[in-house]
Design a protein around this ligand. Structure first.
Ligand code: PLP
Length: 753
């Protein structure tokens, strides 16, 4: 028996939790700390404090439990020379942090008890926390699930993102119409983040390039400061605390010196807004490219500040000998891995080239070797309207040096292509990073593929379509670069936190190992649990349609555990993966879905008797589209469909404004881009079968349990472990760090954060 095991056994005997403190003592400590924060941090007494004050006091109490673990985690990585995994994403859709932090630190029960003893309601305090809504949907939520899994797997991971002042807008429905309101999530302060102004970075824009004897020089630039704010990311039950470093834009003192010098002091101060606008607001685009200059500024702002930070930390961790600079940088790819969450941070490639060549003095060849071995790229969509293409004219104005570098990358790349396909002009045109029509623009996906050692899709079918359709020419050139990494979701937030009753039921039957090893759910035997669900579910006698306003992480945590049926009905070949489908499955909903995205793998895991698959396959959908798809024929031959469409056309659903939905009818009849009419009849048929089974609660419950039992594959722990081994070249580990109480922090190790 090893020491860790002995420690565990010992703890069990003494009834000591992972925090190293007996529960009663822990509760006592929490109450003391809570009162201390209410008094000293919030400066309130119990009579004048609001629920928000109580939330803040609890959040600070919980944060105190993070601090020692956080410092120790950094000391640990430093002493191990751990490879830094840098996840670059324009979005981190985190949601709330209080309950998740308490759960991952193992102090939730003590906190609940302490709050109850003080006569307060834990749910009320939890509901005071604003969602960190720094994302649009799946892509941003994936980044947040990955942070949780990377910390839980003990990886030295850093999320790099932007600290938007305004996250995804708050949705209000007024008279049936959507109204978007600003999301002022920082209004009452953010108890989790720590500002690190000492690690501020300078990011340059505009200017021009001068050729000197020593090489190219980017001059006459405008500077914006990037100030990092660190958000702790606790691993589950391992005392690891990683960090998401989010950058906030700030004008330097000298910003717009010209106006200052002209004596227009107030104008100059007001002008500072232009710089600080960069991190003001998240663009509310999901699967859609808009091409705004401010967005390009955001992308470069993130990439430049993060790369400078990585190089700073890389050098700080080096057992110094900076005499030969180039020697020092060569093992950069062994110490740092950069994962690009879609092409949004793809400027990391030319920016790393610029830093290595212009700032560090490396040759182009050495710099390219380092860049290419460091970066990898995840593609998230096949939809052409989502692929980023930045006009060359804009790049020339905003980032002239980067445009030069991109041209040079393209030049060397096309030289290699020519050597392979002697003068196949068509090939060269397809592969080029620069497109000539309709305007001259940079294809960011092409840049990301050429500059990365690995490219991955996010489900089997999606990765297959990348190789055979979207990036077929690149696959032919670099077959070894292409991989699949099917998405996942963290079982901590998406079961343990959001569905505690189901979590407890599962733990009662198979123990708590599933929380870190989701494949354990296979151990559920249906008969063991059957008695729990043999009460008839209350089925209302009316069908009700409710639109849930302001969907966000916190609302998903409520809706998903309550769902019976998960509708994943995209046209095959249009959804890259989906993760909502996985959350529903883990919480026992049955899936009605097409053979699209991760639905295909859900079917593989659960078996066809336990899922409702309908509609066209990718091949059938492709075929119907190329053979003059005629939606009108479906309208004409299916009376149920005809009635439904006529009702849309004639104002059945909009009696006050009968013409309101006429364009929907028109669009479906004449174009129907997603072939909804072709999939309509099989959908209606399968819904009949679903209703039939829903009448038999025991049978439904069995299907539900089989889905839960088969959902293990979809843990983001599995996804991240695959990225670690097959892309980042690091091994996950289950090291449990000691708590600060068990072993004091080492005072002799000074670690750069
Ligand atoms: C999981 C999640 C998504 C992504 O859901 P899909 O069904 O995969 O599109 C979007 N928004 C929120 C709030 C989520 O939690």
């Amino acid at each position: 028996m090893n020491n860790n095991r002995l420690l565990d056994e010992d703890k069990k005997r003494k009834n000591i939790s992972i925090t190293g403190v007996a529960p009663n003592e822990q509760e006592e400590n929490i109450i003391n700390s809570f009162n201390k924060h209410l008094h000293f941090t919030l400066v309130k007494d119990r009579n004048s404090a609001t629920n928000r004050d109580f939330f803040q006091a609890l959040a600070h109490t919980v944060r105190d439990h993070l601090a020692g673990r956080w410092i120790r985690t950094y000391q640990h990585y430093y002493s191990k020379h751990a490879k830094g995994i840098c996840y670059l994403s324009l979005e981190f859709y985190i949601g709330r942090s209080l309950t998740n932090t308490m759960i991952n630190l193992g102090i939730k029960d003590s906190c609940d008890a302490a709050i109850a003893r003080m006569g307060l309601e834990i749910e009320e305090l939890q509901s005071m926390e604003e969602d960190a809504g720094l994302g649009n949907g799946g892509l941003g939520r994936l980044a947040a699930c990955f942070l949780d899994s990377m910390a839980t797997l003990g990886l030295a991971a850093y999320g790099y993102g932007i600290r938007y002042d305004y996250g995804i807008f708050t949705q209000k429905i007024v008279d049936g119409w959507q109204v978007e309101e600003p999301d002022e999530w920082l209004r009452f302060g953010n108890p989790w983040e720590v500002a690190r102004p000492e690690y501020v970075r300078k990011v340059q824009f505009y200017g021009n390039v001068e050729q000197t004897k020593k090489g190219s020089k980017w001059v006459n630039t405008q500077t914006v400061l990037a100030v990092p704010f660190d958000t702790p990311v606790p691993g589950y039950g391992n005392n690891v605390v990683n960090v998401a470093r989010l950058w906030s834009a700030k004008a330097p003192d000298c910003f717009n010196l010209k106006i200052f010098n002209d004596g227009a002091y107030l104008d100059a101060v007001i002008e500072r807004n232009i710089a600080e606008n960069i991190s003001m607001v998240l663009y509310p685009n999901d699967n859609n490219f808009e091409g705004k200059e401010l967005r390009l500024k955001q992308e470069y702002f993130l990439v430049s500040s993060s790369l400078q930070d990585m190089i700073r930390r890389y050098k700080a961790n080096k057992p110094v000998n900076l005499i030969c600079k180039t020697m020092v940088m060569t093992d950069f790819p062994d110490k740092i891995a950069i994962q690009l969450n879609d092409t949004h941070p793809a400027l990391a490639i030319p920016e790393l080239m610029r830093l290595l060549v212009d700032e560090e003095g490396l040759t182009w060849e050495m710099a390219w070797n380092i860049t290419f071995r460091t970066c990898s790229y995840t593609n998230h969509t096949l939809l052409p309207e989502a692929l980023e293409r930045w006009p060359v004219s804009l790049m020339q104005r905003l980032l002239p040096r980067h445009l030069q570098i991109i041209y040079l990358i393209n030049h060397y790349f096309l030289e290699d292509v020519k050597a392979k396909y002697t003068n196949d002009v068509q090939k060269l045109k397809h592969l080029s990073l620069i497109e000539e029509e309709p305007v001259k623009q940079i294809n960011m996906a092409h840049l990301a593929i050429v500059g990365s050692h690995t490219v991955n899709g996010v489900s089997k079918i999606h990765s297959h379509l990348l190789k055979t359709e979207t990036f077929r020419d690149f696959f032919e050139l670099f077959p070894e670069r292409f991989q699949n990494k099917t998405n996942g979701i963290t079982p901590r937030r998406w079961l343990l936190l959001c569905n505690p009753d189901l979590a407890q039921l599962i733990t009662y039957h198979i123990g708590e190992r599933w929380i870190k090893n989701l494949e354990d759910l296979r151990k559920l035997l249906i008969s063991n649990v059957a008695h729990v669900v043999n009460n008839d579910p209350e089925v209302g006698d009316k069908l009700k349609l409710v639109f849930l306003e302001n969907y966000r992480v916190t609302l998903a945590e409520i809706v998903i555990p309550a769902a019976d049926l998960s509708e994943q009905i995209s046209l095959a070949g249009t959804e890259a993966s989906g993760t909502g489908n996985m959350k529903f499955m883990l919480n026992g909903a049955l899936t009605v879905g097409t053979l699209d995205g991760a639905n295909v793998e859900i079917l593989e895991e659960v078996g066809q008797e336990n899922i409702f698959i309908f509609g066209m396959t990718v091949d059938e959908a492709r075929k119907i589209k190329t053979s003059c798809y005629n939606p009108y024929s479906y309208y004409f031959t299916n009376p149920v469909l005809k009635q439904a469409l006529d009702q849309i056309r004639d104002g059945f659903f909009s009696p006050d404004d009968p013409a309101q939905f006429r364009n929907i009818f028109q669009n479906l009849i004449s174009n129907d881009h997603y072939c909804i009419l072709a999939d309509f009849e099989p959908y209606v048929d399968i819904q009949k079968r679903i209703s039939d089974i829903y009448q038999r609660p025991m049978e439904w419950a069995q299907l539900s349990l089989r889905n839960i039992a088969a959902s293990g594959k979809f843990s983001s722990d599995r996804t991240v472990a695959e990225y670690a081994r097959e892309i980042w070249n690091v091994e996950p580990n289950d090291t449990v760090l000691p708590t600060p109480l068990e072993t004091p922090l080492s005072p002799s190790v000074g670690v750069d954060m």
